[in-house]
Design a protein around this ligand. Structure first.
Ligand SMILES: C[S@@+](CC[C@H](N)C(=O)[O-])C[C@H]1O[C@@H](n2cnc3c(N)ncnc32)[C@H](O)[C@@H]1O
Length: 268
């Protein structure tokens, strides 16, 4: 298996996560850097949240954007009208590019879904030229996402059988402090730096929070839908109570933190 991501269509992705990855993209570009004239590789582009933000920031020469999911590649192609951007299906662990072809390789919210993240980081290093830069970011699912953690903790309290699913969501390759930087160091990058990027996930009301979660990508949506109606109802009621916290339904805002690491390919 080359991807642990469960995809359920581009529109479903955008309402569940794309709306937040679009907010994260400019912060990630600030950290990763970008310059006019560069050839950029984006790994795990999904529906294009980062891809389409890149030409808005610099007059890039070309972007090759790959994703494992054909349905996302197709949706991104349909949205694209920039001849410098090419979307292709591809695997982060086995890039179809020759060594040193790119000035910059970027990957946003992907490596925690890749079964062999070390290999994916090594591939980023291989395809970036000496002196070029690679950067990646992943959500801090364990400690940096109170709004999503609220869902998992409530679910596991109401339905103890969900405990192992919560663990699988919270603890994934590269998603804890220093793991990304360690992977970059191991792959031979120089000048490795790590930081935390944060956005806020803003919801208009409980339905805006809950419906995309229920319909969304990921094994949790299929799991919820497989539960008996009465159990699911108890879960909805408990999660709603956590969302409302005794106040009328309406907007809520939760911080969401991502780890990010960047490194330079050594010149010798
Ligand atoms: C959470 S989405 C992030 C998508 C996009 N970068 C964004 O920020 O909206 C994770 C993406 O990683 C892709 N992915 C997972 N494993 C992959 C692999 N081995 N090679 C390429 N893409 C992969 C998935 O198909 C999915 O599009």
């Amino acid at each position: 298996m080359a991807s642990n991501f469960v995809a359920k269509g581009a529109d479903t992705y955008d309402s569940y996560m794309g709306r937040w990855s679009r907010k994260l993209a400019p912060l990630f570009i600030d950290f990763a850097g970008l310059a006019d004239g560069e050839r950029v590789l984006e790994i795990g582009c999904g529906t294009g949240s980062l891809t389409f933000a890149l030409p808005a920031r610099a007059n890039i020469a070309a972007i090759e954007a790959i994703d494992y999911e054909a349905q996302f590649v197709e949706a991104a192609r349909e949205r694209n009208d920039d001849p410098r951007i090419k979307f292709e299906q591809g695997d982060a662990c086995s890039l179809q590019y020759a060594d040193g072809q790119f000035d910059r390789a970027l990957s946003m919210l992907v490596l925690h879904f890749v079964p062999d993240a070390d290999r994916a980081v090594a591939e980023m290093r291989r395809v970036v030229r000496p002196g070029g830069v690679a950067a990646a970011t992943v959500w801090d699912n364990f400690g940096g996402q109170p709004g999503i953690r609220m869902f998992w903790d409530t679910l596991a309290a109401v339905e103890p059988q969900a405990d192992s699913r919560r663990s699988a969501f919270l603890i994934r390759p590269t998603n804890r402090a220093h793991e990304l930087a360690r992977a970059f160091g191991k792959a031979g990058f120089a000048d490795v730096t790590e930081t935390a990027l944060s956005i806020r996930m803003e919801f208009a009301n409980f339905d805006d929070y809950w419906i995309p979660l229920l319909a969304g990508q990921g094994t949790h949506a299929a799991y919820l839908q497989s539960l008996p109606e009465a159990t699911r109802q108890r879960i909805v009621t408990a999660v709603q109570s956590a969302y409302l916290a005794g106040q009328p339904d309406g907007p809520r805002s939760f911080v969401s933190v991502a780890w990010a690491a960047r490194g330079t390919v050594p010149c010798t």
